[in-house]
Design a protein around this ligand. Structure first.
Ligand code: FMN
Length: 142
């Protein structure tokens, strides 16, 4: 992607389906600022902004994530969503937090799967690839 795309927004409630799939996601409010790139699945970093409206650089936590941008066609969704699964963190509660997503690499286009099982299988693969992309850690001075 060259320079990483950045998106910023408040985490809102999605359809609460992600938890059932084994991949709970933080859904960004639809008015998230920043240029929303093409639909697809991305590897990136999620930063919790310490102070609402404050600088993202102050984020105490930088967490690796697999990010989905799209209408969730497998579930016949209509709204375009930006949602992030923080790797290995099924315990995380980010609701109402302001976060910044830094997209590092695009893994694939969004697809409509014929079954939930097929989607979940693909998500496991996405997570494995995101891990490889993010293995070197976040760039520090940006
Ligand atoms: N949904 C699709 O319909 N097609 C996809 O190709 C797709 N890829 C995804 C890849 C990842 C890594 C993640 C985290 C989500 C993906 N999704 C995809 C979105 C899921 O359908 C969505 O996270 C799930 O339905 C939960 O939605 P909810 O947070 O609104 O409950």
């Amino acid at each position: 992607l060259g320079r990483p795309h950045r998106l910023r927004g408040v985490v809102v409630h999605g359809d609460a389906r992600g938890r059932e799939l084994g991949f709970p996601t933080a859904n960004l409010a639809p008015d998230a600022t920043g240029m929303v790139p093409a639909d697809g699945v991305y590897a990136g970093w999620l930063r919790r902004v310490a102070e609402p409206g404050g600088p993202a650089a102050d984020a105490p936590e930088v967490l690796p994530a697999a990010v989905s941008i799209g209408t969730n066609p497998t579930f016949a969704g209509l709204q375009r969503r930006v949602e992030a699964y923080v790797l290995d963190r099924t315990d995380l509660d980010l609701y109402d937090d302001e976060v910044v997503l830094e997209l590092v690499d695009r893994l694939r286009p969004t697809e409509r799967f014929d079954s939930v099982e097929a989607l979940v299988e693909q998500m496991h693969d996405d997570v494995a690839r995101a891990r490889v992309v993010l293995a070197d850690g976040p760039a520090t001075a940006r």
